[in-house]
Ligand binder design. Structure first.
Ligand code: 5RP
Length: 321
């Protein structure tokens, strides 16, 4: 098997609902599918070869020599389907699965982060709990995480009952070379930081788009900061006075007015102009009256898993922890 980008397309019975899924094991078990298939790369200007193999019962494995971000695939054969393979989703999944496989063991208390990447981690956790009959207790970092835990029938707890966690797994908006994180794109930064702070090991899962040398290289929306609602104007002014840049009150989508967090607070997004000493910045912002928490996670993560465009998972360790 060549070293290639791998994505598989599950041909759903409702053809419009075809979706992607893959594991490396599937790749090894796949066999050649004789149906005709055609592929085009849409606006991406994809160059390289592609091959199709069928993986039973109804999924089509697609191998490519390159690492396109999106492939638009139309396959005809025993079944017909047109779908989009989103390489970032595959990358998230690979990172999440690897982290869960490497860090979760029987009889552990596990912190469950928030966002879209963690969805794959909970999928994998639930699968392992079922298959290996694991005894795992989950502590959520948000309403969303709580719903995920319940949906999968996992054991739900909280910090009252389990204030010490074995491991917390969470996504991030950006991860720099030192494993400093920006979090809070989903507005859950305060609970995420509390749960991570209670865990013996804090592990980050992300796709290649989150990987930066320095903050701001990839993530352009700024540092999320949770504030008590009545303080949003003075806090915004103080941050600009201290560090420059621009602060915006995060507004709701499909809801008039500001985003309200799980803790009934507001979120400010601070667009910084240059690289700072993030520990100092975090401490200074935390001292402003009305600030609940910042989305700067400094010295907390001990390992990050990045799902890459070519299907590999890259690991970054904190230098000192
Ligand atoms: C939510 C978070 C998320 O972990 C972060 O936004 C990453 O989300 P996604 O996995 O959807 O990219 O910090 O507050």
């Amino acid at each position: 098997m060549p070293n290639v980008c791998v994505a598989s397309l599950a041909l759903a019975s409702d053809r419009k609902e075809a979706r992607h899924r893959t594991t490396k094991a599937e790749t090894r078990e796949a066999h050649i599918w004789r149906a005709t298939a055609c592929l085009w790369a849409g606006p991406m200007n994809f160059r390289g070869w592609v091959a199709f193999v069928k993986f039973p019962p109804a999924s089509l494995l697609l191998l490519t020599s390159g690492s396109p971000r999106r492939l638009f695939v139309h396959a005809t054969g025993p079944e017909t389907s047109t779908c989009v393979v989103n390489m970032a989703e595959e990358a998230k999944k690979q990172a999440a699965y690897t982290a869960v496989d490497n860090h979760v063991q029987n009889n552990q208390v596990v912190g469950i982060g928030s966002g879209s990447t963690i969805v794959y981690a909970v999928d994998r956790l639930a699968e392992r709990v079922r298959q290996e009959k694991l005894n795992i207790i989950c502590v959520p970092t948000s309403f969303q995480a709580r719903q995920l835990i319940l949906k999968h029938g996992l054991m739900l707890s909280d910090l009252d009952r389990h204030p010490e966690l074995d491991v917390a797994i969470d996504g991030a908006d950006e991860v720099d070379a030192d494993l400093t994180l920006i979090k809070g794109g989903g507005g859950c930064l305060t609970q995420e930081k509390i749960v991570a702070g209670c865990a013996r090991h804090f592990v980050v899962i992300a796709d290649y788009r989150k990987d930066s040398k320095v903050m701001g290289e990839q993530w352009k929306k700024g540092v999320p900061i949770e504030v008590v609602p009545m303080a949003h104007v003075p806090v915004s002014r103080k941050i600009v006075q201290l560090f420059g840049g621009e602060v915006n009150l995060r507004m709701g989508v499909s809801k008039a007015g500001p985003v309200v967090t799980d803790n009934s607070n507001f979120i400010l997004d601070w667009k910084f102009e240059r690289v700072h000493s993030w520990k100092d910045v975090h401490q200074a912002i935390k001292m402003i009256p009305g600030v609940v928490e910042t989305g700067l996670f400094v010295g907390m993560a001990e390992r990050a898993y990045f799902g890459m465009e070519d299907g590999r998972v890259q690991v970054r360790e904190a230098s000192v922890h």
